[in-house]
Design a protein around this ligand. Sequence first.
Ligand SMILES: *[C@@H]1O[C@H](CO)[C@@H](O)[C@H](O)[C@H]1NC(C)=O
Ligand SMILES: *[C@@H]1O[C@H](CO)[C@@H](O)[C@H](O)[C@H]1NC(C)=O
Ligand SMILES: *[C@@H]1O[C@H](CO)[C@@H](O)[C@H](O)[C@H]1NC(C)=O
Ligand SMILES: *[C@@H]1O[C@H](CO)[C@@H](O)[C@H](O)[C@H]1NC(C)=O
Ligand SMILES: *[C@@H]1O[C@H](CO)[C@@H](O)[C@H](O)[C@H]1NC(C)=O
Ligand SMILES: *[C@@H]1O[C@H](CO)[C@@H](O)[C@H](O)[C@H]1NC(C)=O
Ligand SMILES: *[C@@H]1O[C@H](CO)[C@@H](O)[C@H](O)[C@H]1NC(C)=O
Length: 470
Amino acid sequence: MVNQIPVPQAKYELLTDVRQPRWRTQVVCLVLVSLVLGALFVTRAWLGIIILRSPRAKTFDTETLADNAKIATWLRRARMYAESTKENQNADRNNSISSPQHFYTNSSGQIIVCYYTVSSDLNTFWELSPSHIDPYLCTHIIVGFASVVNCSLDLGSNSLIYKEVIALKKLQPQLRVMICAGGSNELHLGFSEMVKNHANRKRFIKSVLNVTKTFGFDGLDLDWEFPAWLGADEREKIRFVQLLEELRREFYRAKETLILSVAVAAPQAIVDQSYIVAEMAKYVDFVNLMSYDYHFYVWYYPITGLNAPLFSRAAESGYLSTLNVNFSVHYWLSKGMPREKLIVGIPTYGHTYSLDNPLNHGLLAPANGFGQLGNVGFVSYPIICEFLQNGAKSVFERESKVPYAYKDREWISYDDITSVYYKAEWIRANNFGGAMILSLNVDDWNNTCKFNESFPLTRTINKILRYQED
Ligand SMILES: *[C@@H]1O[C@H](CO)[C@@H](O)[C@H](O)[C@H]1NC(C)=O
Ligand SMILES: *[C@@H]1O[C@H](CO)[C@@H](O)[C@H](O)[C@H]1NC(C)=O
Ligand SMILES: *[C@@H]1O[C@H](CO)[C@@H](O)[C@H](O)[C@H]1NC(C)=O
Ligand SMILES: *[C@@H]1O[C@H](CO)[C@@H](O)[C@H](O)[C@H]1NC(C)=O
Ligand SMILES: *[C@@H]1O[C@H](CO)[C@@H](O)[C@H](O)[C@H]1NC(C)=O
Ligand SMILES: *[C@@H]1O[C@H](CO)[C@@H](O)[C@H](O)[C@H]1NC(C)=O
Ligand SMILES: *[C@@H]1O[C@H](CO)[C@@H](O)[C@H](O)[C@H]1NC(C)=O
């Protein structure tokens, strides 16, 4: 009874009559516009590929970051992290965090866990060899990556390098050297098959004990990226915990005081999907939180962002405010990981972008691909130093506590002495278990940065966590 306004029926019919041809025009226009947009998109993607494939500019590129196999691993993780964005948007997560279930106040001092990645080809001039590692920089060195093949730990053809790293213990008896399983070589299937049943897991654990005994490793780090993720069997989440429990039990039974750690994801969506955190906490000595790759160039989100911001910026809200170290750490705490078991990841590499417009060089600036430096968006600290020595301008983002640098179209987000200083101080002040460094290989071990010391980033972290007075 409300809508008593007479509807102009006749006029309406007249209108639909008139509309008929216009409707067709609109469809034709829409199709044309989509075709043009599609063509533009394809051209741009194609150009992007050409630019990526073209020989790199030789100005600063005295070194490639690492061999391609290693890069493939890092690239895969960065892409998975980016992919997890979609999960977050679909799930519309609750970003506020409940208080941690455990609260440990006393700590036995922080540890420094350093990854050292074994290249498949150590003849590269710039590759870090074990003899150049400073054995006093880290409390733990994790060497990787061994594969899981046929439910056994497989060191491949790198036994000699593993032995050389273990030999560092002669120089520094307190150093712990662990072997990392996973990380590279598309090992997802290796893990899936291995955790499937008790017999397979048992075979794996036996091979682990054999390897640790034969070589003298102090423990095992599991780097499965990631259980039950991206369409994998949901049960992998439980099987992974079973594996950890059985590893712990067998280590105990073998009367080996072996260390057990896991490299774990930072994005909320992956944490929810892949881990039963409180259960894992019972069996691991610590987890290495991969708190980096928060922003990385992907074609569907082509704007600049920070690799590993410590804090969120005031301008960030919702999902974007979860993309920082502080959030990830608190999320892991809230899920039940005790703070002294939480080792916070710090990258010694940066991420590159190619700017659309050199004059628009801030955060959230449009980009059209990876930068020229480094390798598929990853760049080592020495190359970043050369970039700065060659006139790049660096900006320290005050809220996130990390820098970025740009010159012409090249844009790089990275960590420097100041940013790792902030991170280490924060780890210390909050009594977290320690810092994890990825990796020794891409820190400035050969004094390219002219700081007059090797491994300046790792060394800064070491000074704060181990030798600083209270
Ligand atoms: C989000 O989670 C917190 C802590 O778990 C809870 O207190 C809060 O009510 C939740 N908010 C919403 C909107 O669900
Ligand atoms: C921490 O405190 C508990 C209880 O106060 C004590 O049993 C434990 O030995 C302490 N751990 C360290 C590492 O100091
Ligand atoms: C370190 O850099 C210098 C050049 O600055 C080079 O001569 C030397 O061979 C490099 N060392 C290694 C181990 O690559
Ligand atoms: C896997 O291991 C089993 C038992 O040791 C062996 O019988 C089998 O041949 C192996 N398969 C491959 C592909 O190596
Ligand atoms: C133990 O490891 C060594 C060295 O990798 C290997 O040669 C040997 O076959 C292994 N033994 C068993 C029982 O797996
Ligand atoms: C760090 O994260 C916690 C939990 O989300 C939050 O309460 C705190 O304000 C954050 N700190 C900063 C400096 O952003
Ligand atoms: C640089 O290193 C040299 C040799 O190790 C040392 O003698 C010198 O004092 C250092 N200079 C600075 C500024 O640290």
